[in-house]
Design a binder for this molecule. Sequence first.
Ligand code: ADP
Ligand code: MG
Length: 251
Amino acid sequence: MLSRLKLTAIRDQLDSLVDEAARSELTIREALALFCRRELARKDERRIEMGLGLARFPFVRDLTGFDFAAQPSLDKAQVREIATGRFIANGEAVLLLGPPGVGKTHLAVAIGREAIVAGYTVLFVPAPILVAQLAKAHGEARLEERLLQYAKPKLLIVDELGYLPFEPEAAHLFFQLVSRRYERGAMLVTSNRAVGEWGSVFGDPVVATAILDRLLHHSHVLTIRGDSYRLREKRRSGLLKAAVTPAPSAI
Ligand code: ADP
Ligand code: MG
């Protein structure tokens, strides 16, 4: 019966659960609550595991693994507030800006992970792959399909916008995606370029303004102005001399 009801955690742990209930002298009502909690815990675990798989994160990172002391320019309270996922419920945008190596992707993944735990669907995609896929779909007259795919998740994370400049057509395709999600689905965008430089990223100031208009309308902007964490670690371990400093940041 437990199998048919798909209560697999209770089914698999039935003997130990019954023993536990007896040992703790639980009432029937308390025992039932215990059994349900176990089942829900297993279902949550599965859901989170599946969500993490579907999100296609490039690596496993979480907020507890982020060293805020290393990035004093970052407001920890603001990051924690964003990680609650309220911006997702509101369909808002988060921009994470800063030079390479300061933890933008780490934070994006960590926020995405929190979102999955909270029950949201998340998709992570590097910007160059996103635009390549949109351009390919456009060429094959299947743009609508792709746009739907990217419009579906509650949170779309677009990583590394600005590392490569867009082709003019790509900027337009990206605009279509942003307007499709605007006020409906949340976006988190990371970039090593300041917002003022996005015109040159998109290769077209008009499209850049249209994109920024939508992204910035309901947005939270986090700017990290620190040193690369990777270089810092290397410097600490003595691999790099203290005199070696990272290239001047774009921001
Ligand atoms: P970015 O996307 O800004 O270029 P990443 O997020 O890829 O940087 O960070 C580079 C590496 O350094 C990753 O492995 C990341 O986990 C780690 N890292 C960066 N900043 C921190 C930090 N403040 N605390 C812990 N790890 C960090
Ligand atoms: Mg990155």
